[in-house]
Design a protein around this ligand. Structure first.
Ligand SMILES: Cc1ncc(COP(=O)(O)O)c(C=O)c1O
Length: 449
């Protein structure tokens, strides 16, 4: 069948809201998929976006039920359990944004670095972004595609290796650029500079790189004074100003960025790319994918540059859980379940952000009868995960399944109190569950002296 015929078939299936063709669609070569997308009108494209979203939601709902079945069977806990199928579903959404816009998407290793699932991710993405030497090396060795590194300040002695493992180096100051930029260029690497876009919607100050006195990203007043001196070695600009946000937040950040830095992009043809950073919650159910697509397309049209996104959370959002076992129930005015996983050691953002993770089969409200506070086994009084209601009373040996635990957990956990790190297990696409790593005394010992 010729391209027109194929596009017509796809069009028909889209209009009929037939999700079954998505498997074939994503199996097409990149070139073919893009050609078909170019043949579709705005109505069909919007329809396709909705089909991709609803099909993904359905698969996530089904697989979340499986997490409960696996937890009630015989599985060692605590364990981070990552579902390859769900990672791939997220990847398809990111790939679709790439197909529609021609942007490049890098996975942020800081959020998730479980390289057992990289073979699936690398099929869909352009590479990774790293925060320094170790992540750059991991990206180089295990992801084996583009590596873009941004560090708030690099150490002199690390530079040779960082340059070796990275394709692009992004600097946080003109001082660091002056020291290391030429070296990177001599080795044929790309060079960028991170700027402060001057606006962010992030309300939690420790997560806001545009908060007063932020050290992340050069502010406009300094950029405008010094840029000309270094413009010959700068290939691109980077900003990062989102955290778990929708495309409307990106629109506001872009308005500010364009006002401040747009004239430099217009004037200087050395600038070939702009990296919109991370924090785009693209794979969340309510994310406005169409708005993101139009923002990227408009930006590329206006400034004639390549656009990069580097989400971390979106890659593995809701694709993994942490399963724990109730060890004891103690009482102090209410029932408190002590489990074998710790907020402090195994899910630190629960305390830092703070937030209350969702527990499968529980409720926030009194609709369910049995009320428990769930806490970890450590000595920290505040090692509390949250208050939850259940249908049935909890007892020692029961399993608790915390949702959305692939991101910012494994990369951040500690052995505080000498508590063992959770196993890391993967549900393969075949359904097989593979424990890929277990930890013990040796891991604790290796970090002490
Ligand atoms: C520079 C940079 N890029 C990408 C990310 C990834 O962000 P997220 O995981 O929220 O998408 C972060 C997160 O802090 C970041 O600082």
């Amino acid at each position: 069948m010729d391209l027109k015929g194929k596009a017509h078939c796809v069009y028909k299936r889209i209009i009929e809201k037939d999700a079954s063709f998505l498997t074939d669609f994503f199996a097409l070569s990149d070139k073919k998929r893009k050609e078909i997308l170019e043949q579709l009108d705005a109505k069909a494209l919007e329809c396709l976006t909705n089909i991709i979203k609803t099909s993904k939601q359905k698969i996530f709902d089904e697989h979340h039920k499986k997490f409960l079945e696996i937890a009630s069977a015989n599985i060692n806990t605590p364990v981070y359990l990552i579902d390859e199928t769900l990672v791939e579903e997220n990847m398809k959404v990111l790939r679709y944004v790439k197909d529609r816009t021609g942007c490049k998407i890098l996975h942020a290793l800081k959020a998730y670095a479980t390289f057992a699932t990289f073979p699936i991710m690398r099929k869909y993405l352009d590479g990774v972004c790293a925060s320094g030497l170790n992540e750059a090396r991991l990206g180089f060795e295990k992801f084996k595609k583009e590596v873009h590194t941004f560090g708030a300040a690099y150490k002199h002695e690390d530079m040779e290796d960082i340059i070796r493992y990275s394709d692009v180096l992004i600097f946080n100051s003109f001082y660091q650029l002056e020291n290391f930029g030429n070296l990177a260029k001599e080795k044929g690497k790309g060079v960028g500079i991170r700027v402060n876009p001057g606006y962010s919607d992030i309300k939690v100050e420790i997560y806001n790189p545009c908060a007063p006195y932020s050290r992340l990203g050069i502010i406009y007043e300094i950029f405008k004074k010094q840029y000309n001196k270094f413009s010959h070695i700068i290939d691109g600009l980077h900003f990062h100003a989102l955290c778990e946000q929708n495309a409307d937040s990106l629109e506001r950040v872009l308005d500010s960025f364009k006002k401040l830095f747009g004239p430099f992009l217009m004037k200087n043809k050395n600038l070939k790319w702009v990296n919109f950073g991370g924090g785009h919650h693209i794979t969340r159910d309510d994310y406005d994918i169409e708005l993101l697509i139009s923002l990227i397309r408009d930006f590329k049209r206006d400034f004639k540059v390549q656009v990069y996104l580097e989400p971390g959370e979106a890659s593995v959002l809701n694709a993994g859980v942490l399963i724990a076992t109730v060890l004891d129930i103690v009482e102090n005015k209410k029932k408190i379940a002590i489990i074998d996983a710790s907020a402090e050691a195994h899910m630190p953002d629960v305390l830092l952000m703070p937030y209350r993770p969702y527990v499968l089969n529980s409720s926030e409200e009194e609709k369910k009868q049995h009320d428990y506070r769930i806490g970890g086994p450590s000595c920290l009084a505040g090692d509390i995960i949250g208050d939850y209601f259940f249908d049935k009373p909890l007892k020692p040996g029961d399993k608790i399944v915390f949702k959305d635990m692939a991101l910012y957990t494994i990369v951040k956990n500690t052995t505080f109190n000498g508590i063992n790190l959770p196993d890391i297990a993967v549900i393969k696409k075949s359904g097989e569950i593979k424990v890929i790593k277990s930890f013990g005394y040796r891991d604790y010992l290796s970090r002490q002296s």
